[in-house]
Structures are given as structure tokens and as C-alpha cells.
Design a protein around this ligand. Sequence first.
Ligand SMILES: NC(=O)c1ccc[n+]([C@@H]2O[C@H](COP(=O)([O-])OP(=O)(O)OC[C@H]3O[C@@H](n4cnc5c(N)ncnc54)[C@H](OP(=O)(O)O)[C@@H]3O)[C@@H](O)[C@H]2O)c1
Length: 254
Amino acid sequence: MEERRLGPVVGLGTWNTFGGDAANAAQVVGAAIEAGTRVFDSSPMYGGAEASLGAALRERRDGTTVATKIWTQSVDEGREQYRRQVEWFGRVEIEQVHNLVAWREQLAWLEDERAEGRIDRLGVTHYAARAFGELAEALRTRRFDVVQVPYNPHEREVERELLPLAAELGIAVIVMRPLAEGALVRRSPPADALRELGVATWAQALLKWALSDERVDLVIPATSRPERTAENAEAGSPPWFGPDERRYVEELAA
Ligand SMILES: NC(=O)c1ccc[n+]([C@@H]2O[C@H](COP(=O)([O-])OP(=O)(O)OC[C@H]3O[C@@H](n4cnc5c(N)ncnc54)[C@H](OP(=O)(O)O)[C@@H]3O)[C@@H](O)[C@H]2O)c1
């Protein structure tokens, strides 16, 4: 798989898929690592997902990257979330402020953790276009290394300001919702169209669509099915789509 600034370009999300069933989560993580995936995204917002991910990674943590989040208005509770994460994961490589919640307050102590070398990169996330102005403001402080945003053929607002800004400031980009929470993969275009794009499945076409934008470092599709991790990871190798192929994917997704 191709590697960019955050590692192999197809990671794994855990929202909605890792909360309930820790045994299944362990199977998904095992299959994902087998397929070359190394970056795992989670959050205190995702129910028991962090605990399941921690347990799943315990025996295979070497060479993996945990990207999780702080999600609370309170600095004390933020520190407590981080303390629990260190218990689950040993350390956190990428710590993100979830949905911009109290980002200035959380950033102050997170920067100390980064300065001490306990966290490698600080990030900030938001899922909604209405918050992208504030997200841009946060990036302009130059205090974040990573930004996480939605990007798929149905959600392209980040092309206007955030992707150019991230590129200008040298900030790495994580793409959430690359399959539009599964909405884009409920039906697939005909096999002929996929063949023309050089992919085996429609999910791969959508992941390649995002990764073919060179400003993107990582996509984090979530799945509860171990076998889909290999399918998704296969989308992480060149050749990438040019403008015509990307437009074709957009037409197929319309
Ligand atoms: N949604 C948000 O607002 C949000 C916000 C912040 C962060 N994130 C992060 O971003 C990650 C990804 O976003 P997401 O989970 O919302 O949506 P997503 O990754 O776009 O879509 C996940 C859905 O796609 C299905 N899927 C995965 N691979 C597939 C394949 N090869 N073929 C067919 N279906 C496939 C999964 O179903 P199966 O389980 O049946 O495979 C799941 O229902 C999250 O897990 C989380 O870590 C999301």
C-alpha cells in the first residue's frame, strides 16, 4: 500500500462498528493489519469503541498508529479521557480535538503532551460544513498537524477552503466518511464501469477517488466485516485516478 505522511493510506474507522462486539472488533483489526492497514481512528464519542480497539491492538500494537480524540468541554475530563486512552493504547500517536469542542482550552495542555514527546501529532475534526469556517480558523493558528474532514463525491465542501489551506500550511488530511457512512455503497454501478476504472468493487472506486486527491493522506473507512478490510486496503495502491476518472466516479455516484 502507498504510504503518505501518516502511514499506509487506507486506515480503519471505528464509529458504529466497534462499540458493541469486542470479539468482532478484534477480528476486523487482525484482518486489517494483515491487509497492510496501520492507522486506527476512534473517539470517546463512539461508545465502547476505544476499549474494543485497545483490546484488539494489545498483541499487535508495534508499527500501528492510534488516532483518537478528546471530546468534552472540560479540561479535567479531557485529561481523564487521555489517561484512559494511555491505559488502552500505551500511547496515542495522533490526538484530535473532536468536533472543535473547547479546542482552544484542550489545545493548551495537549501541546505540552506533544512537546514532551508523548503525542506525535495534534489534530482537529469536524463533520459538518457549517463548522468549516471555525475549522479553518483553528488551522490558521498553525498549532495543529492534522485535520479530519468528510470527503466523498456527495460531500465536497472541503475543496473550497480546507483542502487548499491544509496544503498551504503543510497539515496532513484524514478523510472521514469516504463511503458517506455506507450510503454510497448501497448500490454499485455495473461491472463494466468498474473495469474501466481498473477496480474490482465500487467501494474501492470511492476510496481511490478520495486518495487520488494528493492533498489527502489517509481514508478511514469503517467496517464490521473482516473480509472488507482487504478489499478496502487494495484501493490504497496506485495507479491513481486522473481528472477524467474522478469525474466519471462523480457521475456514477450522482
Ligand atoms: N460519520 C461521522 O460523522 C464521523 C465523524 C467523525 C469521525 N468519523 C470517523 O470516520 C470513520 C469513517 O466514517 P463512517 O464510519 O461514518 O463512514 P464510512 O466509512 O464512509 O462508511 C462506513 C459504512 O460503509 C460500509 N462499508 C465499509 N467498507 C465497505 C465495502 N468495502 N463495501 C461495502 N460497504 C462497506 C460499512 O458497513 P459494514 O460494517 O457492513 O462493512 C459501514 O456501514 C468513522 O468510523 C470514524 O472513525 C466519522
